[in-house]
Ligand binder design. Structure first.
Ligand code: MF3
Ligand code: CO
Length: 261
């Protein structure tokens, strides 16, 4: 178990890595409209990252028994949750799209995802977006000393379930630094049963810890499955789902949000 605590100098670089991701997200927000393809969004984000001296963290990312990740962003539409591969698919009015962007800048990673509405969406969909974005903010607010990762997880889960949605179990937030995935894991839920919790570790938050919080919320059942492209993950019941993620740094006071402009 090795948590890499960042020095103030390293945090300055991570802040820039995060800022670049945020600028790419601004470009996504501006470009998302009916008719645009996920491949076009990928190209745009890739250009923004490189124009700012960063490289895309996801491109070529390895995964056991799958091809290396073939694009610079993940673009997951409607019932697709994460790791959707951009391509020829054109967005339609009323869709939602989760865009996940990772940068590497001077050796450090920034990682942030957001779910966007395409044009006007139904009120129930707008509600799903609002509650799941709030779940991220609840997790950020809970990311203060002397809390542990369990407190963050429980706060997120409670918020989501209180509103009648479900938290995806299979994926967690994660430490971020020179590598995209470092310790600690930061789950979005916490098992209630003693037996279920057996191998779960809760980490005490300390200044210099940097992690990505990324609640994944399903409108329906929590179960997900991987599609035949070996990357895209979608809800089993084909319900809509969301993904909101920021990379943050723990301090003696409020956490710093690294992936903002
Ligand atoms: N934000 C995602 C994560 O933290 C992005 C990974 S996509 C991959 O796992 F292609 F790089 F795997
Ligand atoms: Co992440």
């Amino acid at each position: 178990m090795t948590i890499h605590y960042k020095t103030p100098d390293e945090l300055v670089i991570m802040r820039e890595a995060g800022r670049i991701v945020a600028v790419a997200h601004q470009a996504m927000r501006d470009a998302i409209r009916p008719g645009v393809t996920t491949g076009e969004l990928n190209k745009l984000a890739d250009t923004v990252l490189r124009d700012h001296g960063a490289t895309p963290a996801f491109l070529g990312y390895p995964k056991h028994n799958s091809p290396d990740y073939p694009a610079s962003i993940c673009a997951s539409v409607n019932e697709e949750l994460v790791h959707g591969i951009p391509g020829k698919r054109a967005l339609k009015e009323g869709d939602i799209i989760s865009i996940d962007i990772g940068s590497v800048y001077q050796g450090f990673v920034g990682d942030s995802a957001w779910t966007y509405a395409v044009g006007e969406v139904q009120p129930a969909v707008q509600r799903l977006l609002e509650v799941s974005e709030q779940a991220l903010w609840v997790g950020i607010q809970a990311s203060v000393m002397p809390h542990e990762t369990r407190d963050v997880a429980m706060a997120i889960q409670q918020h989501v379930e209180k509103h009648g949605y479900s938290v995806v179990r299979e994926y967690t937030g994660h430490g971020v630094g020179r590598k995209m995935h470092e310790e600690p894991q930061v789950p979005n839920w916490w098992p209630r049963g003693r037996r279920q919790r057996q191998n779960w570790v809760s980490y005490t938050l300390r200044p210099g810890m940097t992690y990505a919080l990324e609640p994944m919320v399903n409108a329906g059942r929590p179960e997900v499955r991987e599609l035949s492209d070996k990357w895209t993950v979608a809800t089993r019941d084909r319900s809509l789902c969301t993904h909101f993620e920021h990379t943050i740094a723990i301090t003696a006071g409020e956490p710093l949000i690294l992936t903002v402009p």
